[in-house]
Write a protein that binds this ligand. Structure first.
Ligand code: FAD
Length: 396
């Protein structure tokens, strides 16, 4: 089976940045992408908040990211990842074109717009139903359209659509928008924008293309039909984690409310050797700049994992018998003790492990306290001893 050091799933800003950092650290990097490298920014008209580039179209920035990553020669592969399997301590990435075993995996599959879920939505997607004003707004020149939602995206994209549409109805289930005050004032100050309060869309209707929406007023229960040629759904985002469902449902891969992947500050997920970065993680701000930052952190953490943990596994778990001393590199007396053991020729076969930095390995070997000595036979702990001095090693 094909084996790789770091497999990155998703070539958006997070994945591409991780590829740059991973390759520059010397890792063998395979990056898997089912669509267009560059990710979501390919669909946006302009980006003005990526430092150093005052203005670029999303596609221009995506091209720059892609070219920059390609310079460091990761291997790009056009495949859809269908799942991750954990078998006998191995991590397998299952794609529509085969399976790859990875020492470390980076999940960087981003997020997508949520669906409204009413009848007609799926049927008319691409025939009047859209999730991207920048991509599809121009198709509605001088026509009336609706936006569903009440957050920033709905209100800002609603105002953006007035460049093309003759009228933009913003349909919201409450009687005020959740969006920023400035965005709301700008949208509602535009004579082409009309808010439709306390309303939900029950059905999207049409023949070949969208022709109208069936609305229901949530306060009065009254139903009405609103003729429009297009409807833009902006009711929030959700992480692209469908392929991880078995791991999430079994509780092995931990998520926060909304399904966002939980990570620590090293972008480590709850599964050893699996990292996550970008829009799919549980975080405050989902933007290019934060996705890139997450990708850099994840790649460096993956590098540390591959070089330390995997290397350690070889030293600790593979030999028939080994004695190891786990200590903490942030406790001065323990650092001194480790130094003494290292300097004494009688202990030259003892493997010293910084249990503070390699806490996962310490956990795996059920290290109870630091410093301690372990006798490990064929990957299994045969004895454990609390260490007060190097002499105590004789008792193991
Ligand atoms: C219309 C729009 C406008 C935006 N404007 C801005 C802006 O002005 N400034 C800004 O900073 N941010 C903006 N953003 C947000 C920004 O694009 C995202 O925060 C950023 O792209 C997240 O990067 P990412 O790498 O986490 O994920 P993504 O960009 O979503 O990339 C994820 C990649 O993973 C791939 N993928 C998903 N599932 C699989 C699978 N199973 N197998 C293989 N590949 C898979 C996808 O095809 C995609 O290429 C905008 C987003 C949109 C949609």
């Amino acid at each position: 089976m094909e084996k790789r050091e770091l497999v990155i799933i998703g070539a958006g800003p997070a994945g591409l940045t991780a590829a740059i950092y991973g390759r520059r650290s010397g890792l063998d990097v395979l990056i898997l992408e089912k669509g267009l490298a560059g990710g979501q920014i390919n669909t946006t008209d302009e980006i003005e908040n990526w430092p150093g580039v005052q203005h670029a179209s999303g596609q221009e920035l995506a091209d720059m990211f892609r070219e920059h990553a390609a310079k460091f020669k990761p291997e790009f592969r056009e495949v859809e990842v269908q799942g991750i399997e954990l078998k006998e301590g191995k991590k397998l990435v299952v794609t529509d074109k085969g399976v790859v075993e990875a020492q470390a995996i980076l999940l960087a599959t981003g997020a997508s717009f949520k669906k409204q879920g009413c009848p007609g939505e799926a049927e008319y997607t691409g025939r009047g139903v859209s999730y991207c004003a920048v991509c599809d707004g121009a198709f509605f020149e001088d026509q009336e359209v609706a936006v569903i939602g009440g957050g920033n995206t709905a209100v800002e994209e609603g105002a953006y659509l007035t460049q093309f549409a003759s009228k933009v109805y913003i349909i919201h289930r409450r009687d005020s928008f959740r969006a920023d005050k400035v965005a709301v004032e700008r949208a509602l100050g535009n004579p082409k924008v009309q808010a439709v309060w306390d309303s939900v869309v029950e059905e999207i209707r049409g023949t070949d293309m969208v022709e109208s929406l069936l609305l229901k007023n949530v306060k009065t229960g009254e139903k009405s039909e609103l003729p429009v040629s297009g409807v833009f759904v902006f009711i929030g985002n959700e992480p692209n984690v469908g392929f991880l469902k078995p791991l999430i449902d079994s509780g092995v891969l931990k998520t926060a409310r909304g399904g966002w992947i939980r990570v620590n500050d090293r972008m480590e997920t709850s599964i050893e050797g699996i990292f996550a970065a970008g829009d799919l993680i549980d975080k405050y701000l989902r933007q290019v700049v934060t996705a890139a930052g997450d990708g850099a952190t994840a790649a460096m953490a993956a590098y540390a994992y591959v070089s330390e943990q995997v290397h350690l596994e070889g030293k600790l778990l593979e030999p028939d018998e080994v004695t190891a001393v786990f200590y903490s590199s942030v406790e001065e007396p323990q650092v001194r003790l480790a130094g003494e053991i290292e300097a004494d020729p009688q202990w030259n076969r003892v493997v010293l492990v910084d249990g503070y930095k390699n806490s996962r390995m310490a956990e795996k070997l059920q290290v109870e306290t630091l410093p301690c000595a372990l006798k490990i036979r064929k990957g299994k702990v045969a004895g454990q001893l609390k260490l007060a001095s190097a002499e105590d090693l004789k008792g193991l």
